[in-house]
Design a protein around this ligand. Structure first.
Ligand code: APR
Length: 172
């Protein structure tokens, strides 16, 4: 049975097997969580991302998919990069793609044998997904996932995000 836990803090400081990155399809870094992970993890992560772009992901990592690299200097063994959907005001962004980020990241974690996995609130920053809906999708998807993970830890940088996720976890 997978334990779902909440932590209010910085995902780059989590001592887990795998840290999930809210990346973009280029896999070449960015701001937010992506920037924090590359800054704290060091150049090895980017080097492996570049190798992925030169091989399996010539056109970039598609939205909703996930791929693992080393975690470099981070207190983890792997970083699992996933690309969330960008929220659209007209409601055209597909929530299934956001759910896929969590599902695919757990599938990659299982392939690696990662038993503890830390997730940020994917798509809720630059990609502007409303926090309450993103929290609902995250918790529902992880709850329903068939995974070997023993702990899935949602790591929220700010109070508002923490409260939204806590609200979702309280639901049956
Ligand atoms: N630890 C935990 N959570 C964090 C951290 C951190 N160090 N830094 C930011 N966050 C939170 C943000 O507050 C937000 O709630 O992660 C959530 C996701 O925000 P973003 O990092 O902006 O990710 P996203 O919305 O998925 O947008 C991805 O942003 O950084 C670029 O390269 C990235 O283009 C991609 C896009």
């Amino acid at each position: 049975m997978t334990r779902l836990t909440l932590t209010h803090g910085d995902i780059t400081r989590q001592h887990v097997d795998a840290i999930v990155n809210a990346a973009n399809s280029s896999l070449l870094g960015g701001g937010g969580v992506d920037g924090a992970i590359h800054r704290a993890g060091g150049p090895e992560i980017l080097a492996e991302c570049r190798a992925l772009r030169a091989s399996r992901y010539g056109r970039g990592l598609p939205t909703g998919q996930a791929v693992a690299t080393t975690a470099g200097q981070l207190p983890a063994r792997w970083v699992i990069h996933t690309v969330g959907p960008v929220y659209q005001q007209d409601g055209s962004a597909d929530p299934e793609l956001l759910a896929s980020c969590y599902r695919e990241s757990l599938r990659v974690a299982d392939e690696l044998g990662a038993r503890t996995v830390a997730f940020p609130a994917i798509s809720t920053g630059v990609y502007r997904w409303p926090m309450d809906d993103a929290a609902r999708i995250a918790v529902e998807t992880v709850r329903a996932a068939r995974t070997e993970a023993e702990e899935v830890r949602f790591v929220l940088l700010d109070e508002r995000a923490y409260d939204r996720f806590a609200e979702q976890l309280r639901r049956a």
